[in-house]
Design a protein around this ligand. Structure first.
Ligand SMILES: *Cc1c(COP(=O)(O)O)cnc(C)c1O
Ligand SMILES: [Zn+2]
Length: 411
């Protein structure tokens, strides 16, 4: 038995039953899961959490399922929080951590968290087909987790995604449909399909439930810091959902008494080639002006972000900042993270590290306070971004003498 009362409009507060819906009929505001926090408070404790397996379901009272023991994706989450001393030294800061979802199970991105919740909820609703509109990582995760759950899936992507994302979807035997257009066109088509076909579109009709999965990324950071909130968190933004849920996770942990710290300052990172949320923040505007994406950070290439307004608001309310970086800065930052911490992240991670560097250099993030960088995806999936700048320099015959002279030339 779960703790969800229903859904609630973020704008007008109108309440709804637990249903696969995502917009308010009256004001068109987005719907959010409405929990009975008093009941949660009575039933959850740090001791209980610590006694459970190391995966995202250790916080199951704070997840939006009715049957909290029948969830799908049992091994998802509890990725490392890496104390990053080498990168800290390079950036000139005192205390730096990487939350590394590049190694999230099973498909190597934080999307496994949201998908685990969405598919579990879709099964509770009785759906037989899982679907999504994706920039790549969501496709991988929906395909894999649907396969494991024995459910049919339909996945819609822009036609020009990286090979790793495409093959990493097809392998699971899903129905993958490439659309000749940008993600925003894929998403618009999927809204029409969702109206017509009775499918669980994880990021459309199931979106309020799906989005809650991102909170576990935050919970884990705070638990792994020893039940403490960091001072600064830098987060990549696509649709703008994850960044909002990291704040929600901090607020909930404060409310439950698991931590007793000020809300972290939360910073939003985008690529210059697609930064509608950064633009709105910097212009001090409530309006997200859609853009046409042009960047190697394809997983973040959403020109008309669904939660853009709330993402900008989260940044403003916490006292953070938003910044964007060029494709060259993204590649340099991917190399920097790999060289210093041994972590191979995808282009989205390059965006986050590059933005962190920029914010530290400009003095926006102070050097003597705790900082967490959100690494959300794996570099093996976006190899195209590196093929121009990385290649083997040394090719020799299988002869000791050849290696000896190569070695001499390097010393
Ligand atoms: C989807 C995605 C994000 C951003 O997620 P939103 O919640 O849509 O802002 C960040 N990083 C990676 C690697 C992603 O795939
Ligand atoms: Zn409303």
């Amino acid at each position: 038995m779960g703790y969800v009362k229903g859904l609630k409009c973020r704008e007008c507060g109108r309440q709804y039953e637990k249903e696969p819906i995502h917009v308010c009929e009256f004001c068109f505001g987005p719907l959010e899961v409405d929990y009975d926090y008093d009941a949660i408070k009575e039933n959850i404790s740090i001791e209980k959490i610590l006694g459970r397996d190391a995966n995202m379901w250790r916080y199951k009272e704070l997840m939006p399922l009715d049957d909290d023991d029948s969830y799908i994706g049992r091994n998802v989450g509890y990725t490392p929080l890496v104390h990053s001393r080498n990168l800290a030294r390079e950036l000139g800061v005192k205390e730096l951590y990487i939350k590394n979802d590049a190694v999230c199970y099973p498909t190597l991105s934080f999307k496994d968290r949201v998908v685990a919740v969405a598919i579990s909820k879709a099964v509770e609703f009785g759906y037989k087909v899982i679907a999504c509109a994706s920039t790549g990582n969501l496709a991988n995760s929906v395909a894999a987790n649907s396969a494991r759950a024995g459910l049919n899936s339909y996945i819609f992507i822009p036609h020009d995604l990286e090979q790793g994302k495409v093959l990493g979807t097809l392998i699971y035997g899903t129905n993958l449909v490439a659309i000749k257009g940008s993600y925003d066109e894929v998403n618009r088509l999927c809204s029409e399909i969702a109206d017509k076909y009775d499918w669980a579109f994880v990021n459309i009709n199931i979106r309020p439930f799906y989005a809650e999965g991102s909170k576990t990324y935050g919970y884990e950071i705070f638990e792994q810091l020893g039940w403490k909130l960091p001072k600064h968190v830098i987060t990549p933004m696509a649709g703008g959902s994850l960044i909002c849920k990291i704040k929600k996770a901090a607020d909930e942990f404060n409310m439950l008494g698991f931590v007793d710290d000020p809300t972290p300052k939360i910073y939003g990172a985008q690529a210059t080639g697609c930064c509608p949320i950064v633009n709105a923040f910097k212009n001090g505007s409530d309006l997200i002006v859609p853009v046409k994406p042009d960047t190697i950070a394809k997983s973040l290439a959403i020109g008309n972000p669904a939660d853009g307004y709330y993402a900008a608001k989260t940044i403003k309310d916490t006292g953070g900042y938003a910044e964007d970086v060029s494709d060259t800065e993204i590649i340099d930052a991917m190399k920097l993270l790999a060289r210093t911490e041994g972590i191979f992240t995808e282009t989205a991670g390059g965006v986050t590290v590059a933005v962190t560097k920029k914010l530290i250099e400009s003095g926006r993030i102070p050097k003597d306070e705790s900082i967490v960088i959100c690494i959300t995806g794996n570099g093996l999936k976006t190899q195209e971004a590196l093929t121009k700048s990385l290649r083997i320099e040394d090719v020799i015959d299988a002869k000791l003498s050849e290696f000896d002279s190569l070695y001499r030339s390097k010393e």
